[in-house]
Design a protein around this ligand. Structure first.
Ligand code: FES
Ligand SMILES: [Fe+2]
Length: 407
């Protein structure tokens, strides 16, 4: 009799083999709706105008609007009867008024400046403060800081270092996606899939990809890097035969010049952009908290920001950066609009989107290339533990949310 395969795979306790949950990383496991204490990009700068816009970030509904050039963000729930403030509009400069009874909040402080339908002497004024969020604008995007009441660190301390102070042109793709943000971050940093899943992508169609690599994960500063010690372009699988990422119509990777071995995912580059070379990245793929992926190519860097909307949705923000200014930016624009936007930020990244939607873990049975996932979870865990200790010292309870202040 042939055993029923599912029954055979299950252990005596009726569980699938492998890791049943993520309890080895309790902070990571608890962060289904994202990590607090970071800046997140939520919209294009051009989308935020004098008309309130609603965004959801880390499960919180936030109203974002612009007043005289500056972006402000307030909790999107009127404390009076709970109507979204984002349905309101502006009646006085520097304020937003709730659509229902006209409670009017100072955009900067969140203080209730007027309750229009109770007249100028309304005694509730000065007694209610709406929680506010710090905002910033970088790379043509609006960023919000969601914390636990601590002061926001300067956003430049959190952005990838090379994006601060170097002239650059950027091509951005922003897309609301289904699936938990951790699946997106893990997919981005996952060592195993690119060579296999993406070998059919048009972006990769003419470029050979290795079958497998020897990879080490190295931490430097805030980032962990994938360092590829060896790449294998063909392999003989016992009893099965040869398998290769090469094909007659694919170009073989360029022979890397000395020192360029770790740029680009096909093994190296003949020439690397000066700003990128100056970073001396130990590996071409790196990730940092709170889910920022950096893929260094010879002439540009691609970043992915996985922004947690809630436990089941995230915002994908793909940013392609070319370190150029003036007329030398024109070839990048042409290449971005003509090709990268469609092939890379579109179809290639669409394959990742699909996988993130259908990933279902834990339970999971990890294999050797998943060292990349394990190290990312460890980084998230360690950094979050350090933050929890810092907050404890300053008397703040992490994950407590922002209290609604009523004086
Ligand atoms: S619900 Fe906002 S003013 Fe009444
Ligand atoms: Fe991918």
């Amino acid at each position: 009799m042939v055993a029923e395969p599912t029954a055979r795979r299950r252990s005596r306790r009726g569980r699938l083999p492998g890791r049943q949950d993520w309890s080895s990383w309790p902070h990571y496991q608890a962060a289904a709706a994202g990590f607090r204490g970071y800046w997140y990009p939520v919209a294009f700068s051009s989308q935020i105008t004098g008309k309130p816009t609603a965004v959801t970030l880390l499960g919180e509904r936030i109203m974002v609007m612009r007043d005289r050039g500056v972006v402000y963000a307030l909790k999107d729930r009127c404390p009076h009867r709970g109507v979204p403030l984002s349905y309101g509009n502006q009646q006085f400069p520097g304020t937003v008024s709730c659509v229902y009874h006209g409670w009017t909040f100072d955009l900067k402080t969140g203080d209730l400046a007027a309750a229009i339908t109770d007249g100028p002497a309304s005694p509730i004024c000065g007694k209610v403060t709406q929680p506010t969020f710090e905002t910033a604008e970088r790379l043509g995007l609006v960023w919000l800081f969601v914390g636990d009441g601590e002061d926001a660190p300067p956003i430049d301390d959190q952005l990838p270092e090379e994006l601060v102070g170097n002239p650059a042109v950027v091509g951005v793709r922003r897309q609301a996606r289904e699936g938990n943000w951790r699946f997106a971050a893990e997919n981005g940093y996952d060592e195993g899939h690119a060579k296999y899943l993406h070998r059919t992508a048009l972006w990769r169609l003419f470029k050979a990809m290795p079958v497998y690599n020897d990879t080490r994960i190295v931490r430097r500063g805030r980032w962990i890097y994938r360092v590829q010690d060896n790449q294998y372009w063909e392999a003989d699988f016992p009893g099965l035969g040869k398998w290769s990422g090469r094909a007659w119509y694919k170009f073989n990777p360029p022979v890397a010049a000395a020192g360029n071995r770790n740029i680009g995912n096909t093994g190296g580059a003949a020439k690397v952009d000066e700003v990128i070379a100056a970073q001396d990245f130990p590996g071409f793929a790196s990730i940092s908290m709170p889910g920022v992926l950096r893929i260094a190519y010879p002439k540009f860097i691609h970043y992915e920001f996985y922004v947690p909307v809630d436990a089941d949705h995230h915002l994908y923000v793909g940013v392609m950066v070319n370190f150029a200014e003036g007329v030398s930016t024109l070839p990048f624009y042409a290449k971005y609009l003509g090709a990268i936007r469609w092939l890379f930020h579109g179809q290639f990244s669409g394959q990742d989107k699909w996988m993130v939607e259908v990933t279902d873990a834990p339970p999971e049975r990890l294999y050797r290339p998943d060292e990349s996932l394990l190290q990312w979870r460890k980084l998230a865990e360690d950094v979050t533990e350090q933050r929890a200790e810092r907050l404890k010292e300053s008397g703040v309870t992490p994950d407590s949310g922002r209290p609604e202040v009523t004086r």
